[in-house]
Design a protein around this ligand. Structure first.
Ligand code: 8GT
Ligand code: MN
Length: 527
């Protein structure tokens, strides 16, 4: 025991034996491994140690709170040092471990897909999701913001001290992080995962067309599973029926290669009904994600006004060729007022938009392949050659299935190993009546959610920015615009409330500049 002011510091040597207390050995001795203090701050102890000649030159010491000592005494051995046992040492932390600093809005940060803290961010994202599904959006956003801060860190967090001064980390999030750092898991996250309510919410909102409110109503009626829903006799709307029918497919991730195949088809459809119109892949895939829950496309035409009424034509082109299992199109209802609204009435878009489910044919692998197509009566098989060499060009075959083989093949060859993606688009002209009740492995196609949005070219940059995401990045952009710049940002326009006028932009870069933000490319918007 060494007195320090009115408080006490214990320097404990040879703690393994638990016998050799200090007093006879000064704290500068190399054999002192643990310094224990009661009521002293880290810097105080460090200053005292330095004054005793135990400065930076010596081997590292554990600076611990008395609690570690008493727990070790009780256990009869030195207990494992946990975060709470350590004296907080801001200055030393900064020297010895990474201390991070990030700006507080996600739209000021560069967040790549290279997340160094997935354990922590997965845990916080699960709590965010649970809050959102429970209609507690405020709490949901708080967890999302906390997770986003951790996603932006260049290194894994190993110690709570590294988080000092970081924005958006509330008490609750910090508690979860501490639990994981100290115990390897968060009991709150584990119990949420196991809770019947969370499991039921996941199952039910996994149905396309079912939101948190509907799921909650069903759960209160005792419906927790798809079977119980089927047995309940509830009338489902068209979207929900399609969602239930294609449940497994729609809950499987979509690959980038699949997204590209669908993009080719959307491109063909758009080109056929309005030559010169352009299709851009948006959403997570534009941010560089390798998988997604759906595929999002933005369509425009370089001449303002030419895009009007485009969506119904694209949809009927796709539908007549059997590419769609489901679609619902909504009309554009966005009208810019002459003087501009003080704030666009809501963040919900009013573009012409189509929520759809595409039919994507599976690719068979191997040499000569037996391929199946569904007909009214069931399954029909075709023999097909291997066309593995061709991967670049697309052509439409007689049965409207798309393939990458540049050379026209014989009629029987409309299916085959033709794209690294694993799937091709397939028409479903004759097989609408067939339910997706067969195991996916036995079906020659899968269902994929696809969102199409049409924007006038004057709003294109705003739509592109608004639909590229991530959702949190978008939310933060709007928050930044409102709070920091007195502007209103939507996927249609940017309105300057101080100048009472719209600010035009033809590129995302211009919008960032209007907002006084450094440009962040899509691949760094993965907040
Ligand atoms: P994922 O598909 O892999 O899950 O990920 P994602 O592509 O990032 O998410 P998403 O749910 O497909 O949404 C893509 C982007 O579109 C997100 O930035 C989201 O904020 C945006 N978005 C919608 N719906 C709407 C909407 O009604 N209006 C606007 N402006 N953006 C929307 O999802
Ligand atoms: Mn998406």
């Amino acid at each position: 025991m060494v007195p320090l002011k009115r408080r006490r510091v214990v320097s404990s040597a040879a703690v393994n034996t638990g016998t050799d207390h200090s007093g006879d050995k000064g704290p500068t001795s190399e054999s002192v491994t643990h310094v224990i203090s009661e009521n002293n701050s880290g810097p105080e102890v460090r200053t005292w140690l330095d004054s005793q000649g135990g400065g930076p030159g010596r081997s590292p010491l554990h600076l611990l709170d008395i609690s570690w000592y008493t727990e070790s005494m009780r256990a009869g051995r030195p207990v494992h040092i946990l975060d709470r046992h350590k004296l907080q040492e801001q200055q030393r932390d900064e020297e010895e471990m990474a201390v991070f600093s990030v700006p507080s809005y996600a739209c000021q940060r560069r967040t790549t897909l290279d997340n160094q803290n997935t354990t922590l961010t997965d845990a916080l994202s699960l709590l965010a999701e649970n809050a959102e599904l429970s209609d507690e959006d405020g709490r949901g956003v708080a967890f999302r913001r906390a997770a986003a801060v951790l996603k932006a860190l260049p290194k894994p967090v190993t110690d709570m001290a590294q988080l000092r001064g970081l924005p958006c980390l509330g008490e609750h999030s910090l508690r979860v992080i501490r639990d994981i750092l100290e115990n390897g898991m968060s009991s709150e996250v584990e119990s949420t995962k196991q809770s019947e309510r969370y499991k039921a919410l996941k199952v039910l909102t996994g149905i396309f067309g079912v939101g948190a409110k509907t799921a909650d109503r069903w759960i209160r009626e005792g419906i927790h599973t798809l079977h119980q829903l089927r047995d309940s006799g509830h009338t489902l709307n068209r979207a929900q029926q399609a969602g239930l029918e294609h449940y497994d497919d729609l809950n499987r991730p979509v690959s980038k290669a699949d997204a590209d195949i669908i993009g080719e088809t959307v491109g063909k459809a758009v080109d056929a009904v309005l030559p010169g119109a352009q299709v851009t892949l948006i959403g997570g895939f534009r941010r560089g994600k390798l998988t997604g829950h759906d595929v999002d496309f933005l369509i425009t035409h370089p001449e303002e006004g030419r895009e009007e009424g485009l969506m119904p034509k694209v949809v009927s082109w796709l539908e007549s060729r059997g590419f769609l299992l489901y679609q619902k199109t909504t009309r554009n209802s966005y009208l810019e007022c002459k003087d501009g609204p003080a704030r666009p009435p809501s963040n919900i878009d009013r573009f012409e938009r189509c929520l759809s489910i595409f039919k994507l044919a599976n690719e068979e692998t191997g040499g000569t392949t037996q391929l199946e197509t569904l007909t009214e009566n069931g399954v029909q098989t075709y023999a097909c050659e291997n066309h593995s060499k061709a991967k670049d060009t697309w052509m439409e075959c007689e049965d409207s299935c798309l393939q990458t083989d540049p050379q026209p093949q014989s009629q029987s060859c409309t299916w085959g190993q033709i794209h690294s993606a694993g799937h091709r688009l397939c028409t479903s002209g004759e097989d609408r009546g067939v339910e997706e009740t067969e195991p996916a492995g036995h079906r020659p196609w899968r269902a994929v959610r696809v969102d199409l949005v049409v924007s006038p070219v004057s709003q294109f940059a705003f739509a592109l920015l608004g639909w590229t995401g991530s959702k949190l990045f978008e939310r933060e952009l709007r928050r930044w615009a409102g709070y920091e710049k007195a502007m209103s940002l939507s996927s249609h326009a940017l309105y300057d409330n101080k100048q009472s006028r719209y600010l035009r932009a033809t590129s995302e870069e211009e919008i960032f500049a209007h907002l006084g933000l450094e440009y962040i490319p899509p691949s760094e918007r993965n907040a």
